[in-house]
Design a protein around this ligand. Sequence first.
Ligand code: IPE
Ligand code: IPE
Ligand code: MG
Length: 268
Amino acid sequence: MPRKFTSSTQAIPEVGAVPRHLAIIMDGNGRWAKKRFMPRVAGHKRGVETVRSMVKACIARGIEYLTLFAFSSENWRRPVEEVSFLLNLFVSALQSEIGKLHANSVRLKVVGDLSAFEPRLVALIREGEALTANNSRLTLTIAANYGGRWDILQAMNQLALAHPEKVGAFGEADLAPHLAMAYAPEPDLFIRTGGEQRISNFLLWQLAYSELYFTDTLWPDFDDAALDAAVLSYRRRERRFGRTSEQLTENAVSPAPTLGLPATGHDA
Ligand code: IPE
Ligand code: IPE
Ligand code: MG
């Protein structure tokens, strides 16, 4: 049985030196290209290079889960040529990278509403996931046609169908296992490149207690040093999960009162 993770508003994860789960909104490809008088799609192509280097960088740093927002449920509103370029790029990246990911013991997952994709892409995704299902070095999740609201709604509908007798009495722990990323702990660190400071309908439920980091660096320029700067910022944060700073210091010596919440309730 795959492990299910509970919500961090109920269970407090262990805070390590490196985020266990890093989630990134890869933004700024279009502007990167525009600055170079190139078409926007050249930025997307370059962005795939950054994905490749970030997978390596996360493995080298011991990050266990890397989640990348590749295409949002709102990105269909872009010009049709750009949308089809992005989908074709996804197909070709899957084709060229899946063998290398597998060789590096990376488990691939794709989350989002795949019903909108053509069968060829869905088949590639499912094959890639199946091939890498037992790999354990890094779980790489690509969010494609993903929206945080879509995720919460599909989870709610699944739950209501599974337990019609309990409608009106569901708790967080009932819903969480039906979310698209139930196989992963919630993100410890969220990074958005490209200068915008918004969530853009990414992991709405799962980011409840993530540390947020925004950088002006455009995604194609995001390199190992930029990643290290984000991780350093993360290390300096105090993750209180509703407690006071004093409680955390006491907790280092003896367990603090739980106030109804498990002190180390993370089920990992
Ligand atoms: C992010 O880069 C990639 C996707 C949304 C697919 P953008 O294409 O949004 O780049 P900017 O924000 O226009 O620079
Ligand atoms: C968010 O980027 C989605 C992805 C990176 C896939 P956008 O560039 O589409 O976000 P908004 O629309 O500017 O907020
Ligand atoms: Mg953008």
